[in-house]
Write a protein that binds this ligand. Sequence first.
Ligand SMILES: Cc1cc2nc3c(=O)[nH]c(=O)nc-3n(C[C@H](O)[C@H](O)[C@H](O)COP(=O)(O)O)c2cc1C
Length: 331
Amino acid sequence: MTTTTALVEPVTVAGLSLTSPFVMAPMTRERSPHGVPTPEVAAYYRRRAENGVGLIITEGVLVDHPSAGHQRDVPRLTEGAAEAGWRLVTAEVHAAGGRIAAQLWHLGSQREPALWTPGTMSGGDFETLLRAYADAARVAVRAGFDAIEVHAAHGYLLDEFLWPVTNPGGHHRDFPAEVVRAVRAEIPACMPLIVRFSQFKERDFGARIAATPAELGVILDGFRVAGADVLHASQRRFWEPAFEGSDRNLAGWARHLTGLPSITVGSIGLTRDFAGSDRMRELLDRRARGEYDLMALGRVLLGNPAWVRLAEAGRFDEIRDYRKADEEHYA
Ligand SMILES: Cc1cc2nc3c(=O)[nH]c(=O)nc-3n(C[C@H](O)[C@H](O)[C@H](O)COP(=O)(O)O)c2cc1C
């Protein structure tokens, strides 16, 4: 890596023009009292947009149903104060040249106490939740978001339908795709719809929704047909192969199986020396080879809002190693 490596280059994905292929991964911060994002939240996202992040995906935003989650300070997307709070966030990000997607979230059995899971939902519950997702998407459009991301990863409600351990009978296994369809119907046809999925679960890193590429293809094709434009393949380390016999990562398989653009993520930049390392080169090379279109940064952006700019300029000394304590700071 030299100081002349261009990281911040314009790219258009699913019709969305971005100033850079770097994405801020969704990270729950619990800084929105009673579900309402504050001006501090707007400034936090703006700082990343000003510093080389082309697309921000918000922290998980709870859909408006009591079963979705219980945390007081996780944001929501309801009419009134929350919508106004988000309008300020999107305006600040746009003023910095960035784009922003709202991540729609339902905790499922990871809500304490769990109210709705694949095993407890029936009949009208499905309609109720489809409405809750669609309502949140409608408010997001009004609040100025550029895209929507449906959170179907990490063992939360939608992922529970996909995972045989939490849904052994395959009960309503297409419910996550139905959610995608309901959101698609609510937002403008030109607005990108991203679906985030993962093999691992927060409570089981070895878990898998698909044992083979063919099984993964069935799930992802369901999303595509329902109206997904971009697949966000959540992985813990981007360089790990998703299946034996190929070194393609999960985002690589998503793109290969569906033809849709994909986002990779997982342990990018966690140590100061990453930006100038062979791993950084590998990250860019895999993209150049067509494995994925966009690269999402999670934890590194907590303590280094300007990571992309610093990496591009070769100012590695100004980059801080990621520390767990960064998750408590908010700057
Ligand atoms: C504090 C924190 C909160 C997170 N919250 C979310 C979330 O709300 N939604 C989501 O899909 N992923 C969430 N994640 C996962 C990240 O989006 C990302 O996939 C993960 O941190 C791996 O990327 P990294 O190695 O670059 O940090 C969270 C991660 C962290 C560290």
